[in-house]
Design a protein around this ligand. Structure first.
Ligand code: SAH
Length: 465
């Protein structure tokens, strides 16, 4: 190990930054967050530095560098663009045993500033000892995605209750168990829900119990339309932490590959011959059983769980059985397919509203309001519509929508196999048949879809005229 990592307490300690440009400004700002007494030495400073000086938040030495500037310091940062000057400052600092960082110059530096993941008071610092800053940055990005932002509040809470925890759990092993529970259990969940008082209350209650029990819970997670890059960070974290993943048929295999290796994966889609209610009852029972065993259950659904995903029903069931849950939204097919087909869903000139509609309602008594759907200047997004294209086109035209209205059908949106078929409403049914459009496909109808041929950028496009 070439560099010894250390975290320095700079509060109330004098630090000099030589230089007054953008780089110096960045360094000054980050030093100020640690409470250091910052002095900036430079003939010319950026507006922001001038402002900090006017607010008395930094001290200022004017003119060119002078060796006297190094008196009474704890640290020096050289951020001038003059390498010879930086070298001279470094030599003088070394002679006085002052730690110096020359920005972007590991050779002249006796200390370096790491890349940081800030979940204060928890701080993760990464360094490649100046050999590969890009690598350090990559590692930082990865870590950034792994830990959510409530980790800081959790650390603060743990610090506050540390004496109480020590007192209630004098033995090491039960204490460790308690801390694990703190990180994984309902306290962290309450902080994620932005309910800090409840978090503290749960912690206090648990301290009074002789033992903590890790209770299960369900995360209802939207997996997006297929492209794993469209997962949210929260969804990715859920996949990393899951004990068991209950996934729908629509969830792409490449997304399941991102899950923790030893997480159990169970496909819970419809079994041939089974009706929807039976499928749903089976899923409910499985969620309940696993959560009651104390497992972290990730209920993974295509797109967003609350858009034609029966997410509401699943939550009602969980609430009824007092199983704790959290919901992570996903990118729904309409948003994703439109984006990947180059179709803006609204457009000042063409459409002022969007409607998400299920084409599956055909047998239902609750029929859509076709006269309203047939109005111009709106975008209609039909889900589950492949077998209904004839019917949808006919209904719209019968109710007054022009047969010359453009449409786009996006098949396997955001996936490698994406195809976009576009044409006019009057030809839609015939074109869909001719090109053998299959599920999953999203049906977009409205003026905006005419933009697809000009704005397209992804996958295959089939002009229907
Ligand atoms: N909850 C999901 C929708 C479930 S209904 C969501 O928010 O996206 C299933 C329908 O969604 C499919 O029949 C299809 O119309 C649409 N769909 C889902 N993923 C799709 C994809 N990758 N490409 C095209 N359509 C998709």
């Amino acid at each position: 190990m070439r560099l010894f990592p250390l975290f320095a307490d700079l509060s109330g300690r004098r630090v000099l930054v030589v230089g007054g440009g953008a780089v110096a400004e960045r360094k000054v700002k980050s030093l100020l967050t640690s409470g250091a007494l910052v002095t900036v030495g430079t003939p010319q400073a950026t507006d922001a530095l001038e402002q900090l000086q006017a607010q008395n938040r930094i001290q200022r030495l004017h003119g060119h560098f002078h060796p006297d500037w190094l008196a009474d310091l704890w640290l020096v940062v050289a951020a001038t663009d003059d390498r010879e000057l930086n070298r001279r400052i470094a030599e003088l600092a070394d002679a006085q045993r002052l730690f110096i960082n020359v920005v972007d110059d590991p050779e002249l530096s006796s200390f370096q500033v790491p890349s940081i993941v800030d979940r204060s008071p928890l701080t993760i610092a990464i360094s490649s000892a100046g050999s590969a800053p890009v690598l350090a940055r990559r590692v930082r990005e990865r870590i950034e995605t792994l830990f959510d932002h409530t980790l800081g509040s959790l650390a603060t809470l743990a610090a506050k209750y540390r004496p109480a925890i020590r007192q209630a759990r004098p033995e090491l092993r039960p204490r460790r168990e308690f801390y694990d529970w703190l990180l994984d259990g309902p306290v962290a969940a309450a902080l994620r829900r932005q309910q800090p008082e409840q978090a503290a209350q749960l912690l206090e209650q648990a301290l009074e119990q002789p033992q903590v029990t890790v209770s299960g819970k369900v995360l209802l997670v939207g997996a997006g339309p297929g492209d794993p890059g469209l997962l949210t960070l929260k969804a990715l974290r859920a996949l990393n932490e899951a004990d068991v993943i209950l996934y729908d048929r629509l969830v792409d295999a490449s997304i399941l590959e991102l899950a923790r290796r030893d997480a159990e994966q169970i496909a819970v889609g419809k079994i041939p011959g089974e009706d929807h209610n039976a499928t749903q009852a089976r899923i409910h029972a499985l969620m309940l059983e696993r959560a009651q065993q104390g497992q972290l259950v990730v209920r993974l659904k295509g797109g967003d769980a609350f858009v034609f995903g029966r997410g509401g029903e699943e939550l009602e069931f969980l609430r009824q059985h007092r199983v704790p849950y959290e919901v992570v939204p996903g990118i729904t097919a309409a948003l994703a397919c439109a984006a990947y087909a180059g179709i803006p869903l609204t457009h000042r000139d063409h459409a002022q509203s969007v409607r998400l509609i299920t084409a599956h309602c055909r047998q239902d008594t609750m029929l859509e309001d076709w006269p309203a759907l047939a109005q111009p200047h709106q975008t209609l997004a039909f889900y589950m519509g492949v077998s209904q294209v004839d019917w949808v086109a006919r209904q719209l035209m019968d109710h007054g929508r022009s047969g010359d209205t453009p449409f786009a059908i996006i098949e396997n949106g955001t996936r490698e196999s994406q195809r976009v078929l576009h044409g006019l409403l009057k030809d839609m049914a015939q074109l869909a048949r001719q090109h053998e459009i299959k599920a999953p496909s999203l049906l977009l109808i409205g003026e905006v879809t005419a933009l697809a041929p000009t704005l397209e950028w992804f996958g295959a496009s089939i002009p229907g005229h």
